[in-house]
Design a protein around this ligand. Structure first.
Ligand code: BGC
Length: 731
């Protein structure tokens, strides 16, 4: 059935700098055709049309994997596009993510990053069920595409008249055959990347600098579909930005080298255009040299990302928390574009392991991400170094050095989270060796029980380091790396237990690690590193031993003393949990509801529609943290939603029966909020929790338990059994 596995690899016969190439196949279809499929993939990103109609509903196919070992192909049913007689299949290919390929990573010597390749076949079935496979190299021809420039970061240049404007440009070439391995081909493993939502243009604005810009009202990843008329080949340009500066001017410095520029060469006629081989991170666009009047109705923003099923919802009486939640959802959408990326706009857009690890729990409470992570974790395992180290970004494009704590732990934290949320052991089976590789990497580097050395990003973007630093901060790497070492080891042991393996060796090393950690970092009942992150990790990762109460009091003291959070990427996801798990839920709520700088709600006062990379991306005085590394669409701090779901609304899946087969509802309400509710469509069915303050001061709790699910509610210190269906309590 998978005929593409036998098709020849077709190489565009000339070097590809930045343009796209078009491969064309003409074939005849018999009158009695009863089935027609196209199977294809590319080393590059492709866009297929049959008889002038787009094939399939995906964009940016075949997505991004570790192409050296894993390249996804797709099977499209194209029967409805087939015509009797002559048919024309056109597949344009641009470099896409292959722009990242380094020489030593070329799939085979001689096939350089400057080249692209296509593999495709058409399979027709006639009335008798006989299949005809059309895939021979000689049937194909190719030529340059009208897309004259295509770069993921920099955008596109499209010239509808290219073939007329340049003599010889419509001449066809013969693709050559490439001897690339077919073993790298796999059926699509992840979700499709699709156009998910269209947002109309909201306003045309004039900035103080005199720029005319269009505001779509929401920071998204995707592109603009526009209608354009008139013009006489003077390039019309669309620039993209995610924010305005303090003065209200169009601001692109934080894109760094990414141009995010779409250029259309107008030819007098009316065209509707949208890019095919790139996406932008933006809320605003600036049209330059536009040949026609700017009309809102001619511009539509198209949100593009992985087509995940929405499973989770949240609402409460505090509008700011609802907006925070929307911003978290948007940053997840904007960054779950085939791989979990750090940001969708500047010259990175990479599968940073740390960001993925920090946010993964929250992600599972908003969308069904099982398949998405199944694919990404397979890439992670395929990119893992022989010594068990984990590259910083997956797919790997750089850095073969040390693996960083909190980043590399994605290898353990993410599969374990998939297992907890979806209850499917197979992810643990598939990732077990990778998990073990990472744990052993750390074990091999211990001295006196502690993992020492290495290069780490630290409590990235914290607020307790000197102004303007990123990875410094007051929490030493030695503490962070050993806290995560212990955490990942404990998850790995649980994974081994699930698989029925003997984990005694790892249990012994975890015991030794805990003892060494406590000796090094706890004295007189408190953490010798007096930072919010150090205390939060020590508590949440079960490292406080007998000093739990006093360290919790220490954390509470640190929070009260400064009145706000100071944690970075590594401490933030656990801060509220560490407080509320230890009797300081009121303080956790103080931090969550804190409206001024710094805190989760502060960016809302600055009009944020997505999560910011930095707490101080835009400071209260209107200045930016920096131009260089200042994304307004990074989801890491959005990890706070796992607390809102599991503590504020109290829905807690249990490891003894994962996949929400056993749930404990343990909501903690707060006087400042009159109601809160969260729901999740789980593998068991719909789970929801709601509490609402009544006029008499009591709280009404409503829990929805799916059939076949064991559930209890923990209210006022009592564990109450729940039945399937709706359960209500007043307390
Ligand atoms: C990325 C991060 C990433 C970090 C490594 C940044 O440039 O945007 O989110 O985790 O580098 O510390």
């Amino acid at each position: 059935m998978d005929h593409v596995l036998k098709a020849p690899w077709l190489r565009y016969p000339q070097p590809i700098e930045e343009q796209a190439a078009e491969f064309i196949l003409e074939f005849d279809a018999p009158t009695d055709v009863t089935g027609a499929i196209l199977q294809c993939s590319a080393l590059g990103v492709y866009y297929a049309q049959l008889n002038g109609s787009k094939v399939g509903d995906q964009v940016l196919a075949p997505g991004w994997t570790n192409y050296r070992k894993r390249l996804q192909y797709e099977t499209y049913d194209v029967l409805s596009l087939i015509k009797e007689g002559k048919n024309v299949l056109s597949i344009e290919v641009a470099k896409g993510w292959r722009m990242h390929a380094r020489e030593k990573d070329w799939i085979q010597p001689g096939f350089s990053q400057k080249e692209i390749a296509l593999i495709a076949c058409i399979v027709l079935t006639d009335a008798e069920g006989k299949e005809t496979v059309i895939d021979k190299k000689d049937k194909w021809k190719c030529r340059e595409s009208k897309t004259r420039f295509a770069n993921l970061y920099d955008g596109e240049v499209y010239d509808p008249q290219y073939r007329f404007a340049r003599p010889g440009a419509s001449d066809f070439l013969q693709p050559s055959e490439l001897k690339l391995p077919h073993e790298i081909l796999i059926p699509r493993q992840g979700e499709k990347i699709k156009e998910i939502e269209e947002l109309p243009a909201k306003a045309i604005l004039k900035t103080p600098n005199g720029e005319t810009i269009i505001d779509f009202g929401q920071n998204i990843s995707g592109y603009v579909r526009f209608r354009i008329r008139g013009g006489d080949r003077a390039p019309a340009i669309l620039l993209h930005a995610e924010t305005l500066d303090a003065a209200g001017n169009f601001y692109t410095k934080n894109l760094r080298s990414a141009q995010q520029r779409i250029t259309f060469i107008p030819d007098g006629a009316e065209h509707t255009y949208q890019p095919k081989f790139t996406w932008q991170g933006f809320r605003y666009v600036q049209p330059l040299h536009w040949p026609c009047e700017l009309r809102l109705e001619d511009f539509t923003a198209v949100a593009v990302h992985s087509d995940l099923k929405r499973t989770g919802h949240f609402a409460c009486s505090e509008p700011d928390l609802n907006r925070l939640y929307e911003n978290i959802v948007w940053s997840m959408r904007d960054n779950y574009l085939d791989v979990p990326t750090d940001c969708p706009q500047r010259d990175e857009r990479l599968g940073w392991t740390g960001d993925a690890q920090v946010f993964v729990r929250t992600a599972t409470y908003i969308y069904d991400v099982e398949r998405f992570f199944d694919k990404w974790l397979a890439d992670l395992a395929s990119e893992q170094f022989a010594d068990g180290g984990i590259p910083h970004v997956i797919p790997r494009i750089f850095w073969d050095g040390d693996s960083s704590c909190g980043w590399a732990d994605a290898a353990v934290v993410c599969p374990w989270r998939m297992y907890l949320t979806y209850g499917n052991k197979s992810i643990l089976v598939k990732q077990y060796n990778s998990m073990q590789g990472w744990i052993d990497y750390m074990r091999r580097r211990t001295k006196d029980g502690l993992w020492v050395g290495g290069g780490h990003f630290g409590d990235w973007l914290n607020l307790d380091g000197p102004e303007g630093t990123s990875s410094g901060g007051a929490t030493p790497h030695l503490l962070l790396q050993n806290a995560f070492f212990a955490y990942s080891t404990s998850l790995f042991i649980q994974a081994g237990d699930v698989l029925g393996l003997d984990m005694a060796e790892y249990e012994a090393s975890l015991d030794a690690l805990k003892t060494a950690y406590q000796k090094e970092f706890i004295a007189d009942g408190i953490c010798t590193v007096p930072t919010q992150t150090a205390c939060a990790l020590t508590l949440y990762f079960g490292l406080a031993g007998a000093d739990r109460e006093s360290i919790a009091a220490q954390l509470a003291g640190l929070v009260r003393e400064c009145g706000h959070l100071k944690t970075g990427f590594l401490g933030t996801p656990y801060l509220l949990h560490a407080l509320s798990d230890n009797g300081y839920a009121d303080l956790a709520y103080d931090l969550l509801l804190h409206k001024d700088f710094p805190g989760w709600l502060y960016p809302l006062s600055r009009g944020a529609t997505t999560m910011w990379e930095h707490w101080d991306g835009l400071k209260p005085d209107g200045t930016m943290w920096s131009d260089g590394m200042n994304s307004f669409n990074h989801y890491a701090y959005g990890a706070v939603y796992d607390w809102m779901f599991s503590t504020m609304c109290g829905i807690r899946e249990q490891a003894d029966a994962p996949g929400f087969k056993h749930i404990v509802f343990a909501p903690i309400s707060d006087n400042r909020i009159s109601y809160a509710e969260a729901s999740l469509e789980t593998r068991q069915g719909l789970v929801s929790s709601r509490w609402e303050r009544q006029t008499d001061g009591t709280v009404l709790y409503t829990f929805q338990v799916p059939p076949g699910t064991a559930a209890e509610a923990l209210l006022a210190g009592k564990l109450l059994p729940l039945k399937a269906g709706t359960n209500t309590f007043t307390a």
